[in-house]
Design a binder for this molecule. Sequence first.
Ligand SMILES: [Zn+2]
Length: 353
Amino acid sequence: MRHRFIPSLAAALLAFGLSNPVQAADKVNAVASFSILADMVRNVGGDRVEVTELVGPDGDAHTFNPTPADAKKLALADVFIVNGLGFEGWMERLETSSGFKGATVVASKGVTPRKMEDEHDHHEGAEDDHDEHAKGGDDHDKHAKDENDHDHDEHVKGEEDHDGEGEEHAGGHHHHHGDIDPHAWQNLANGETYVANIRDGLIAADPDGKAVYEANAAKYIAALKAEDEAVKTALAALPDSRRRIITSHDAFGYFGDAYGLEILAPEGVSTESEPSAKDVASIIRQIRDDKIPAVFMENITNPEMLEQIAKESGAKIGGTLYSDALSAKDGPAPTYLDMFKYNVGTLTSALSS
Ligand SMILES: [Zn+2]
């Protein structure tokens, strides 16, 4: 913003080692935590906003470790746009260490959070009715609520207590009842909420741009709605027997809920913990028992484990899905909308045949 570029601040910028500030003096300086949000902010902000992302294309925000250069980016920002729902476990520390004085916009504010079921329980008994189990009994829900508050906080701080606590359920889980699934952007209807929050955050930071942000957001939300319909139409054609798939980590829960697929993952909701040999074995058993047609790699995870699972189970590798990051500009999923088009194309071509 223009008021930041007074002489003393320019001197401070030089002291930071930024000889060439990237922001034009009259633009809003927005930092987005990861590439998918950055694309949304560019769509809403247009020419009025300079957008920087912390976790870039094909990057893993779960395991991101901010550098002093990231703190400098945030120190200069007017607005910091984050996903929330515990996705950016490193966020609060970075805000504090950077001395960030702007406004933080939580893009997921208002979406209905998806609680993580303990997928590992499902694999223990092949005769369990999966759907019934997923809904859970009263105890299950109550347990999730009871644990949720303090677990969530712990999760955000990145402490390692969970494994010990998780063991009281059935042993050796990487996540447990009550964890919040942060990947809400994988439902385009939630994407509309993200865009509305970003619009409101930009208006608060730059009231003069209100009309521009409202017009850009309305146009973009209309495009998200159209894509949402297109995804539903494309996936509605899949037969019921080909609606259960495997991905690397549990990033597609909201996608599955919205578009009628069941998506299982050996790696859990975060990529921070490795799956155990037992988890991998139970996935392989489930693929065989349920005749799951395909496994899908993800752009942010190492493909080796999925390749091993495919080889040992006989499932085919259906391709790569974009989960937590966009591709580079010259890749197949450089924008949020492109990500859905590419993922749905990958899913339908692997599952229709
Ligand atoms: Zn993820």
